[in-house]
Design a protein around this ligand. Structure first.
Ligand code: NAP
Length: 368
């Protein structure tokens, strides 16, 4: 989209340098509309660009902003991450009475902006991490960054039925650790046949009076040990060869309409909450061609740091974490990534300074 030979104008906005590449003159349109009509390229230069505005991205933004790096956060059209679809958050430290997910993310954002982070609610469409500055394109703007922090998170995979979407956050959840506590002495359903489903089901037995594990086959993907524990658990009842056809309830979950995969027929199962545990999908689409992924498709970090396989690109949050997937662990990773990025930028600048000092000495003419 951009061309380095194209003349640009630039200005500063909140510490961020903006370059505008004007459209060609003489097309008879006023300058502003001409820029839009010709898809003029606006270039935003930043020392750090953070992609993602969940707990990881915004914590990285707080730390980077406080380190005077003036980060730009490309937050995504669905800004705020998975907490935006979570109602009560009771396990985020510092909120003894709990807090609503969207409210918590609003506070994260306010804190980042207070220190000078600029958050733009657009999706990254494509990137070029092949040379520095790195380039990211989003909504007609080219972002150039010395360092990039990828914090795009992961999404729960849902069943994809209308009633599930309608009752999400009102009894339908994808996180037993987050929402299990609300089902003390109630009956819940868990869908899935992998490790996640079995772990969620076992976790839920701490609260629920009964856990109905619903799986579409009679074979499981989960580990043998989890299966053995679940089968032996007095609170867990298996419903095999069953699919969830509909979640019933006007404004909260009341029952499931189950279909059968082994023979014709339907059943009604009364429950108070449904946990969908059929997997997660890391949001790696635009990064997949550049950054290494592990066997599960999550971005891979180097050793104990947040560094990726590309120097100057760091990774934080659920996009590289299929194990913990908690807001507080994501926030911690955002902090680590910002510190890693800051130190890396410093080392680059120190290296540039010492080569600038060394260079004139090397070019001194030899004296007789
Ligand atoms: P998974 O292993 O892919 O299992 C997903 C399960 O959901 C499968 O049983 C699958 O059924 C079912 N499923 C998928 N789509 C469905 C649909 N539309 N309707 C109904 N059922 C559906 O996912 P996971 O359990 O989240 O595990 C992902 C990875 O993380 C695995 O490698 C797992 O070992 C790992 N993990 C490890 C731990 C641990 O070690 N503590 C904990 C959690 C996850 P089918 O079997 O019929 O395909």
């Amino acid at each position: 989209m951009s061309d380095d030979a194209t003349p640009k104008t630039s200005r500063h906005l909140g510490g961020i340098s903006l370059n505008f590449i004007p459209a060609a003159a003489g097309d008879g349109q006023p300058t502003a509309s001409r820029a839009v009509a010709r898809e003029s390229v606006e270039v935003v230069e930043a020392r750090v660009v953070i992609v993602g505005s969940g707990p990881a991205g915004l914590t990285a933004a707080i730390y980077a902003a406080r380190a005077n790096l003036q980060p730009v956060v490309i937050g995504g059209l669905a800004a705020g991450g998975q907490l935006m679809i979570t109602s009560d958050v009771e396990n985020y430290p510092g909120f003894p009475d709990g807090i609503q997910g969207p409210e918590l993310m609003g506070l994260f954002r306010k804190q980042a902006e207070r220190f000078g982070a600029r958050v733009v609610d657009v999706d990254v469409e494509r990137i070029d991490l092949g040379r520095r500055p790195f380039r990211l394109w989003a909504a007609g703007v080219e972002y150039r960054a010395e360092a990039v922090i990828v914090a795009t998170g992961a999404e729960a995979i849902w069943l994809g039925i209308d009633s599930e979407t309608r009752l999400r956050g009102r009894g339908v959840s994808a996180c037993a650790t987050c929402d299990g506590f609300f089902y003390r002495d109630k009956e819940v359903g868990v869908v899935g046949g992998g490790d996640s489903a079995f772990e969620e089901a076992l976790f839920l037995t701490r609260f629920a009076s009964k856990v109905h594990l619903i799986h579409r086959r009679d074979q499981f993907r989960c580990s043998k040990i989890l299966r053995a524990r679940a089968v032996a658990h007095p609170k867990i009842e298996l419903h095999l060869n069953r699919t969830v056809e509909e979640v019933l309830g006007a404004d909260k979950v009341e029952a499931l309409r189950l279909g059968r995969t082994d023979e014709p027929g339907e059943e009604l199962l009364k429950i108070d909450g449904l946990f969908v545990a059929i997997g997660h999908r890391p949001n790696v689409a635009v990064f997949r061609d550049w950054l290494e992924t592990d066997v599960k498709g999550y971005l891979r970090t180097e050793g104990a740091t947040t560094a990726s396989n590309i120097d100057g690109v760091f990774i934080a949050g659920d996009v590289d974490d299929h194990r913990y997937r908690q807001a507080v662990t994501a926030a911690g990773e955002g902090c680590r990534a910002a510190i890693d990025a800051e130190r890396w930028l410093e080392s680059q600048e120190a290296a540039a300074r010492s080569s600038a000092v060394a260079a004139p000495e090397q070019t001194q003419p030899a004296t007789a």
